[in-house]
Design a binder for this molecule. Sequence first.
Ligand SMILES: *Cc1c(COP(=O)(O)O)cnc(C)c1O
Length: 218
Amino acid sequence: MSLSEITARITKAEAAANRPAGSVKLIAVSKVQPDARVEAVLSEGHRLFGENRVQEAAGKWPGFRERFDGTEVHLIGPLQTNKARQAFELFDAIHTLDRMKLATAFARLAQEMGHCPEVFVQVNTGEEPQKAGVLPAEADSFIAECRARDLPVVGLMCIPPVDEEPSLHFALLAKIAARNGLTGLSMGMSGDFESAIALGATHVRVGSAIFGARAYEL
Ligand SMILES: *Cc1c(COP(=O)(O)O)cnc(C)c1O
């Protein structure tokens, strides 16, 4: 599938949900993709990308940013505390704030560096032991603690369990966001972004449907 087909499907899903055209941002997830494929999508005019590893992004994006004005890169994968500084230098937004230790590190870096990427709190909506994210029951207090540290929390992010109906998780994430006064919802991937849009997604993270299959999974 091509970038234009995906953006057309997003426009259609926005309309079907009675949402304004352009209210959903497409994050093209470029992890593991060869530079040539990423460059092709940049050349088509797309400027918002997602990566899930700091190291990989560090190798790829400073060069592309120099050549393609207005490029924005979001971190959508887990972040080790000792890589937070590098993440602040590389990313415009971080979708995976999932623990207090990392929030504390962000607050310290924000003070020191004088800026902070926009932050999404990752919620483990499926309460899966192997998955990152704060538990739904802990989300309200976690968000409050982040705000107390002056972090620019703009929304929530989730990755539904592979074997469950994603809509239930999207609806739960939307509910937690609404009761906390958060408007950003990072949810929906190649297989389910339309249902995420129906449930209020503001950022969909689409990789393989744009770039083709990844050579290997991270
Ligand atoms: C890889 C990845 C995606 C994109 O997945 P596709 O199925 O290729 O669209 C979205 N979100 C996260 C967190 C990812 O790691």
